[in-house]
Design a protein around this ligand. Structure first.
Ligand code: ADP
Length: 509
């Protein structure tokens, strides 16, 4: 076999002979201590002296337990004796960190291993002590957590933004740039960040940002907005979730994530459209059925009135006038007209006969539910001024009907303001107790175009509408529903800055 060693064996031995145990000891990068069978330190290398902050003189002869915190000392002495009974090379504490003491009493987390060394008949224990590489461990943990975050972010398709509030700059990762259609510009001015938001959503987006950097309004923000000019010209919706960090009461950073929610928004829009089509169809059907029922009830009396009128006409045209015949025919007319009235009355009575289910309700809650429904129906884009009364008594009413009235009134306001292009559309909802009555009064007020004097007297007429696709039954039905629940609904004719409706409902006794 070829000898690859370039250094002859003889000179190798020569060289090793020249290196002393002390030199090897001091060359180690870890702290090393040599301890005798009685537990006294007989040698300590430079690293050990530096780590434990002892001079060599101070260390030599010291019981090893001097380096162990008081609370572990007794246990350590027992452990040492047990180890001497069966010494072998091993690490202390199953590789767990140990607590050791510096000269000044400060504790350190360390790892130690023990190796027995035999010199003639005596045994010594070589203790190798290494400090824990905390930084490395922290870095490793950080790397692992960053990796986990990256994987979650990738799976969710989320982008990350980080707003530096002091310098009005925003950092966006590549996914965020993609979501905002903003090329690859990773750091941008805050104003540019706002400018990528669709103009119709910008005010709302700015308000969300202003709120999150205001310590008094909480430090988290959520929002949904459209993005300017997507490359495919399709509407793109993005949802953000962010958190602000404060320093001395001032926002320092806002860090958050964003997700593409376009598909969800398109689905919601399709559902809204479907719902409003169903509602229109339903109103149409109600109108048709009501009209047919009325026609059915009054058709025969009207035909009879026409026939009697014809007879009366002919009797009166006859020469000489057939007075008795005319009188008889006119009598028939009166009877048939009265019959038509009675039939209509019976029809209305029949329709109103069904008992409505009422229960004790919190009106505050019904208003909140109605607002949620309006939001999901696409009628939520207005500034809301709510003035509720959380501790007000319960009312007795039918929940669905009262909610329907609220939705009708607020939808009307939104439609009026949209139609007029009201810039800062605002709806106020005020809930109070009607003074001197055991009743709640709800006021719904908007700052839209209002209703002119000529129109106002007709708004509660069935089938009165000023909208191209309206049915004109919303207000008449709403009034009927409130009356069925024991209240009243009316419009304030003197309100001039928009439209104002009120309705009352009795408290549960
Ligand atoms: P529709 O909404 O189908 O027209 P409604 O009975 O709900 O039927 O309303 C009747 C009419 O009352 C509307 O067409 C509109 O002219 C008027 N109106 C109702 N609410 C408002 C409002 N908040 N502002 C202005 N006009 C309103």
């Amino acid at each position: 076999m070829a000898n690859h060693s370039l250094v002859p064996n003889v000179s190798r031995h020569d060289c090793l002979d020249k290196i002393s145990f002390r030199e090897l000891f001091d060359a180690a990068v870890e702290a090393k201590l040599l301890v005798d069978a009685a537990g006294h330190i007989v040698m300590a290398n430079c690293v050990a002296q530096r780590v434990f902050e002892y001079s060599l003189d101070e260390m030599l002869g010291l019981e090893i337990e001097a380096l162990v915190p008081e609370r572990y000392r007794e246990h350590h002495r027992k452990y040492r004796k047990m180890y001497l009974a069966e010494p072998y090379k091993r690490s202390m504490g199953n590789s767990c960190e140990l607590k050791l003491l510096k000269h000044g009493g400060q504790e350190m987390a360390m790892r130690a291993s023990l190796s027995p060394i035999y010199v003639e008949t005596k045994i010594y224990i070589l203790v190798t002590i290494s400090t824990l590489d905390r930084r490395g461990e922290v870095e490793q943990a950080l790397q692992a957590s960053e990796e986990r975050f990256r994987l979650i972010q990738q799976a969710a398709g989320a982008g990350v933004f980080d707003i530096d509030c002091a310098n009005n700059r925003v950092y966006c990762d590549s996914r965020m740039c993609e979501l905002l259609n903003n090329g690859t510009e990773e750091i941008m001015a805050l104003e540019k960040f706002f400018a990528v938001v669709h103009p119709d959503d910008r005010v709302k987006f700015r308000a969300i940002f202003d709120d999150v950097i205001d310590l008094s309004t909480g430090n988290t923000c959520r929002g949904e907005f459209r993005v300017m000019q997507p490359p495919d010209q399709r509407e793109r919706w993005v949802a953000i979730l962010g958190q602000a960090q404060f320093e001395n009461g001032k926002a320092k950073r806002v860090v958050g994530i964003a997700r593409d929610i376009t598909e969800r928004k398109l689905l919601e829009k399709a559902l809204q459209q479907q719902r409003s089509e169903i509602e229109t169809l339903f109103s149409q059907q109600v109108a048709i059925i009501t009209a047919s029922a009325i026609a059915h009830e009054i058709n025969s009396p009207l035909t009879a009135v026409a026939a009697y009128s014809d007879v009366a006409h002919r009797a009166l045209s006859h020469r000489p006038i057939e007075k008795d015949k005319a009188q008889e025919a006119l009598e028939g007319c009166i009877q048939q007209a009265l019959q038509a009235g009675r039939k209509l009355h019976e029809l209305i009575e029949f329709l109103q006969k069904r008992e409505i289910q009422t229960e004790k309700l919190n009106l505050n809650r019904i208003i909140e539910d109605a607002l949620l429904q309006l939001h999901s129906d696409g009628y939520g884009a207005f500034h809301l001024a709510l003035d509720l009364e959380p501790d007000m008594p319960l009312i007795t009413a039918n929940k669905i009907q009262v909610q329907k009235v609220l939705v009708n009134l607020i939808k009307n306001s939104v439609q009026a303001m949209r139609g007029e292009g009201t810039v800062h559309s605002e709806i106020a909802i005020i809930l109070k107790t009607l003074p001197g009555e055991n009743m709640a009064i709800v006021t719904i007020r908007d700052n839209g175009p209002g209703i002119d004097e000529k129109t106002i007297s007709h708004v509660f007429d069935p089938f009165f509408t000023t909208k191209p696709t309206g049915f004109g039954v919303g207000l008449s039905i709403s009034r009927a529903l409130i009356e069925a629940n024991g209240g009243q609904l009316w419009i304030d004719p003197d309100f001039r800055e928009g439209a104002q409706f009120h309705f009352t409902l009795p408290y549960a006794s």
